[in-house]
Design a protein around this ligand. Structure first.
Ligand SMILES: [Zn+2]
Length: 563
């Protein structure tokens, strides 16, 4: 009986530790170039973990992208933001591969999607082809790499998801090789006093601790004196071979006197939990210094499922008179690692740096709805907008409301309402709610107008204002001039822009018929491909209409000739 229990326990522990068996030979690489990464899976991004790998494409667009295995296209999306042009291919082994920021699709898929774009008269479309309707073979060219959507340089965003759960998994677990003989880099170490009475090196605030390299290659931190519950945080990154990119690390393990307190890795996560990244990182530090500290302890509201091990929430109770050895071990997927030892002595000491807490009349209780009425401006936080209670810094100016600073993470949307009764109906048309950045530049927020009440929803604390946009968008021809002969032209391009509220929509016709113009907001450019349609006419007229977010509109009508 005892033997069976032991064997069972052993089996359970092996199963819980072992990675899922990912197929190693089923897939090929999506590109025909050596895989060099500009981003790793699970990498810390703004409000999310990176759900794939970013493969560098030699600073250019148009590299052929191949299906990694036999499958069928289950989703095609063309969007101005996010993944840009993206393709989803479901494979018979239960995984779906995703290819993002594409320049264009293969001719077969391009034809399929263009038909829908012309049907819907929209560049942005999303379709879910029937299973088997668009089959692809392993090795088949399915697209060309690009820079569309929220991409800031040419690369291929590549994911492998479970087809059923849609959980993204680390694509490098499927046998795709990335040369990496470089250890992760540990940049900064922080120790946090966590309990009320905790003190670290005479401070009630987190402190940075220096460390130095030891002869054996590991790192040793300066000795820390502490009492109460403390936690560890670090800034680190991983570099692969052949590139200087500071990518995310794969796994983090923290142990105290040999016992593992925290262990997590980026084998997979779910989209539902990705925003909880704001509890894993020190959000206050990010807001102030634009650096991401990963915490090795679980803060309130942390619902992440990435932990393989978490003991006492990763909090370390330090008792007076005792010594502790904290070991932090950071690894990349290839097992290259960096090890840091932090010696801690339990010692009561005088507090020199007191906890900084600014008290305001606006205390937010996280698990209750909070409503603040500042006459002419209202702020409403639904229950559980925040992870923790805190003193909200709230100030009202002329048509402006400062709702704290972006140093506290909001998990859910909250509502900002302005009373616009003092404005005429005409003025109200051109007003919108804008977020002001640190340089006081306004950016448009989707503004709902109902009578004299303007409302916007956001998940970012910060300063908001009523702004006015009286100027219509600008439209200019880019690669041609009015009345020009354009016989050998492959494309027509037009630049569009709007200085304040931004471009909301556009449409274009050629000789009175709707045409597809692809919009690239980063380049402020609309492009028409002459292959789309036979003109059958010498004298042509291109008409482009652009509307901004408050409804100001402009139209450009340009005649040209083509044989
Ligand atoms: Zn990416």
């Amino acid at each position: 009986m005892k033997k069976i229990t032991l064997a069972l326990l052993l089996l359970v522990s092996i199963l819980s530790q072992a990675q899922e068996n990912y197929p190693q030979d089923a897939f090929r690489s999506p590109l025909d170039i050596p895989i060099i990464l500009a981003g790793t899976f699970g990498e810390l991004r703004s409000n999310h973990f990176h759900s794939g790998i970013d493969i560098k494409t030699q600073q250019r667009q148009g590299l052929p992208v191949f299906a990694i295995g036999d499958g069928t296209v289950t989703r095609i999306k063309v969007s101005l933001w996010g993944y840009g042009k993206v393709l989803y291919v479901a494979h018979p082994n239960g995984y779906t591969s995703v290819y993002g920021h594409l320049q264009k699709f293969s001719p077969k898929i391009e034809e399929y999607i263009k038909r829908i774009q012309y049907q819907k008269k929209s560049y942005e479309v999303e379709v879910f082809p029937d299973y088997g309707e668009l089959k692809v073979n392993k090795e088949e060219l399915i697209a060309y790499s690009g820079n569309t959507g929220g991409s800031s340089g040419p690369h291929l965003h590549f994911e492998i998801r479970s087809s059923i759960s849609e959980k993204p998994t680390n694509p490098l677990l499927y046998g795709i090789d990335v040369a990496d003989a470089t250890n992760p880099t540990l940049e900064k170490l922080f120790i946090y006093p966590l309990s009320q009475a905790a003190v670290v090196n005479q401070s009630q605030e987190k402190i940075q601790v220096n460390f130095s390299k030891q002869p054996d290659g590991s790192f040793l931190a300066d000795k820390v004196e502490a009492t109460g519950k403390i936690g560890v945080g670090f800034i680190g990154f991983d570099r692969q071979d052949m590139a200087a990119n500071r990518n995310g690390v794969y796994s983090v393990s923290l142990s105290v006197n040999g016992k593992v307190y925290t262990e997590y890795d980026f084998e997979s996560f779910s989209f539902g939990e990705t925003r909880y990244i704001n509890t894993l990182i020190d959000y206050d530090h990010l807001g102030k210094y634009r650096q991401r500290i990963q915490k090795c302890f679980k803060s309130p509201g942390n619902n992440l499922g990435i932990y393989n091990e978490i003991y006492n929430k990763g909090e370390i109770a330090i008792r007076e008179g005792l010594s502790y050895t904290i070991e932090l071990l950071i690894k990349d997927l290839k097992g290259n690692q960096v090890k840091l030892i932090v010696p801690v002595e339990g010692k009561q000491s005088q507090v020199k740096i007191k906890k900084q807490q600014k008290k305001t009349p606006y205390y937010v209780v996280a698990n209750k709805p909070n409503n603040f009425d500042l006459t002419a401006a209202k702020v409403y936080f639904p229950t559980n907008t925040f992870y923790e209670d805190f003193y909200l810094d709230l100030e009202k100016g002329e048509d402006t409301v400062k709702i704290h600073t972006n140093t506290v993470p909001a998990h859910r949307n909250f509502t900002i309402t302005f009373d616009t009764a003092k404005y005429t109906k005409e003025e109200q048309k051109q007003l919108f709610i804008a977020r002001l950045d640190s340089k006081l530049r306004p950016s448009y927020l989707n503004t709902y107008k109902r009578g004299n009440t303007f409302t916007a929803r956001t998940r970012n604390l910060g300063t908001y204002t009523l702004a006015k946009d009286t100027i219509a968008p600008k439209i200019k021809t880019k690669n041609f001039k009015e009345k020009q002969w354009l016989n050998n032209y492959k494309y027509l391009s037009v630049s569009i822009s709007d200085d304040l509220s931004g471009v909301d929509s556009y449409s274009a016709t050629l000789n009175g018929e709707w045409i597809l113009m692809e919009y690239e907001p980063k380049k402020k450019t609309l492009t028409y491909n002459f292959d789309d349609k036979i003109l059958g006419k010498k004298q042509c007229v291109l008409k482009v209409t652009v509307t901004d977010n408050v409804g100001n509109q402009n139209t450009l009508t340009t005649p040209f000739y083509r044989k």
